[in-house]
Design a protein around this ligand. Structure first.
Ligand SMILES: [Zn+2]
Length: 201
């Protein structure tokens, strides 16, 4: 007999004793059949997982979001139900995209795999971020609107000046100045486009 202390892959109980010379043992907590081959493999993986997760958190704490994200992705490749890693990726995304509203992809996976009490924390964290993101988005829209309004004001004064010029040319030459009226009309179209862009914000 060779007794090893492992983690049950079914209920997660740690320190269960299995006989590694036998193909199967039983979990003393949940009674599940535990395959020796599977748990020994799993334990090697769980050491790697914990190390990756520690490194990811360290990178995150010092603002190396690319490295943190890469390590959390590796964890997910090994365990696609690791909600902490999904949420880690979400935290990286939030840190690098303060204007982004979250509710998809990694965030949805984190919520799907997290136990209820953790899920509530994730939702609170994301909601707090989303409130800030909406404020950032509003500020971006406002500054875009200000820029377009300034552009409309500039074009409008140009438009008036072009109208005056076209009228004067027509009066003084006695001819309808096609280039002058064309310029006037083009500026009018630019003004319409700017209004459309402003309304589309
Ligand atoms: Zn068990």
């Amino acid at each position: 007999m060779a007794i090893e202390s492992v983690t049950c892959p079914s209920c997660g109980a740690t320190g269960i004793q299995i006989d590694t010379t036998r193909e199967h043992s039983f979990c003393s907590y949940c009674g599940t059949t535990v395959k020796t081959k599977d748990v020994l493999h799993l334990d090697v993986e769980s050491v790697t997982l914990e190390k990756l997760k520690r490194n990811a958190q360290k990178s995150f704490d010092v603002g190396q979001y690319g490295n943190a994200r890469a390590d959390w992705r590796k964890v997910i490749q090994l365990d696609r139900t690791d909600h902490e890693s999904y949420f880690g990726i979400v935290r990286c995304d939030m840190a690098t995209r303060p204007d982004m509203i979250f509710g998809q992809d990694a965030y949805a996976e984190a919520l799907a795999y997290a136990p209820a009490e953790i899920r509530v924390q994730y939702i609170r964290y994301a909601e707090a971020h989303n409130i800030r993101a909406r404020a950032v988005q509003a500020e971006i829209r406002n500054s875009k609107a200000r820029a377009i309004q300034e552009e409309i004001a500039r074009l409008s004064s140009k438009h008036k000046w072009q109208l005056t010029l076209a009228i004067l040319l027509t009066i003084f030459t006695g001819l309808f100045s096609i280039p002058a009226w064309k310029k006037y009309s083009e500026t009018g179209k630019e003004i319409s486009k700017s209004w459309e862009a402003l309304n589309a914000l």
